[in-house]
Design a protein around this ligand. Sequence first.
Ligand SMILES: Cc1cc2nc3c(=O)[nH]c(=O)nc-3n(C[C@H](O)[C@H](O)[C@H](O)COP(=O)(O)OP(=O)(O)OC[C@H]3O[C@@H](n4cnc5c(N)ncnc54)[C@H](O)[C@@H]3O)c2cc1C
Length: 422
Amino acid sequence: LGDRGGAAVTREAVDIAVVGGGLAGAVTAMLLAQRGLEVVVLERAPAWRWRACGVFTSPATVTALLRIGVTSTDLARIARPIPAMRVETRRGTSFGLTYGGTGLLVDSPVGLDRAVLDPLLLSMAISAGADVRTGVAVEAIRLPAAHAAPPRPGSGVQMTLSGGQELDANVVVGADGLRSLVASAARVARPSPLGRRTALTFHVPDGTALGGGPIEGRPMDARMVVIDQGYVGLAPVPGNRLNVGIVLASAWLPKLRREGAVGAAQGILEQVWPSGSTGGRLILDHVAGASPLGVGARRRGGVGWLLVGDAAGFLDPFTGEGIHRAIVSAELAAEAIWRSRRDGGTADLKAHDTAMRARFGMKDVVSRVTQAFLGRPILFEYVARRLAARPGLRETMGLVIGDLAPASRALDPRYLAALLAP
Ligand SMILES: Cc1cc2nc3c(=O)[nH]c(=O)nc-3n(C[C@H](O)[C@H](O)[C@H](O)COP(=O)(O)OP(=O)(O)OC[C@H]3O[C@@H](n4cnc5c(N)ncnc54)[C@H](O)[C@@H]3O)c2cc1C
């Protein structure tokens, strides 16, 4: 016990602290606890709540969820199969990406119910032995010096939690999303290379999208509609709903200020809705926003710390596969911590950075190239027409975007020539 301005301050020491109990934090904690390590998850929110996040994901995520122990019964509750993602340009060109899927749940892109998925993963972490503390925010972090030797009491990570409690840890995992305190403490956070963009997300009833009643159970494509200075993703999810995700460039900021998030969301929804539209009046939950949308990270691991999920960098939902990356980065993090213990207890986790670069570096290049095309409508239209006309090019693109094939395939000069040559 210490003393802070007369109030008693408790000081506690743990082995591994995970900041953030979203997807990445829950999976990291579960995998570490399964290996017998002491792990405490600190999650700011007292309970799950709808917030800006994504739901559409490739079959790679379905495989990853099954790999980490989600049962097929739970998968059926969480995920709704989607035959294809239909990309639509402003001039009316459209093409479908199937992500190599066949339409079966285990082999198909899906729309996820985050209200079920996120709490499920956190409960799996608890079952594995992790100590999950909700309603606890980390307010300040001091990381050990970069040259620190193997952990000894007092040489590790020091955290101040809401309520004034002090927590020491040998290792801290930053799973705290786009505005990561751990990334800031490590001085590795940097602004998104794609500029200041804003995202809005919410749900609408799905049947209305086709002018009818509920169509749960019937296969329904997702849509990615390019609009002026932005795009809108519509993905079917369980519960007769469509998730709407809107990403807007900074040119939209004055309109967003003028009309507010709900007004802007309603107006944009009207633009992309089928004719006779009432889409904008159907918003089921609050419009959750994120601004700025993306974030970069110079490094993802060092002495006493590492980053997973969005905290480790998130570019853009168009090609991002953030959900898949959250799970895989958690697996890589657990492996890095486990190996560091096995190899003599050093707390230097820069191997995690190397592993993340090897796994996702090339994909980030593809995402940036795609964004460069999106920002130039004539070029994007040209490429969209090529993809619409050529199934082989489309298939490779779907596999790369869905993290199902090495991203280098889309950067191969032969692929680029076939895509771009007149
Ligand atoms: C608009 C939008 C659309 C998207 N679309 C897609 C998509 O279609 N497909 C896809 O795969 N991905 C998409 N993504 C990305 C995807 O949602 C994220 O990559 C994924 O949710 C990241 O999970 P995470 O666990 O890293 O972060 P989060 O889910 O953000 O979890 C971070 C957690 O940390 C907690 N936290 C933060 N700070 C603290 C603190 N100081 N103390 C304690 N707790 C803290 C938060 O409360 C939160 O629970 C989208 C994202 C956005 C914003």
